[in-house]
Write a protein that binds this ligand. Structure first.
Ligand SMILES: [Ca+2]
Ligand SMILES: [Ca+2]
Length: 78
């Protein structure tokens, strides 16, 4: 069962999404996600970023077009 997000939560997610979406084309590509994970984890040799990016896309990229849109992002978070 999904719990609907309230307006504040959606706004917070939108801000976060816009920070990750560095070229502001409304979707997150693998390179942008990789940079986000690098920011979170730093240069941690024990983390395979490419694999982490791939598994995140497997989960989030619902229509498999190679981009995570805000809608896909929201449906993951909710
Ligand atoms: Ca982008
Ligand atoms: Ca997609």
């Amino acid at each position: 069962m999904k719990i609907p997000l309230n307006q504040n939560q959606i706004e917070d997610l939108r801000k976060f999404f816009q920070e990750v979406d560095q070229d502001h084309n409304g979707k997150i590509d693998k390179e942008e996600l990789k940079q986000l994970l690098e920011t979170i984890w730093g240069q941690n040799a024990e983390v395979d970023l490419t694999k982490a990016v791939q598994s995140t896309f497997d989960k989030c990229d619902l229509n498999k077009d190679g981009f995570i849109t805000f809608e896909e992002f929201i449906s993951l978070a909710s």
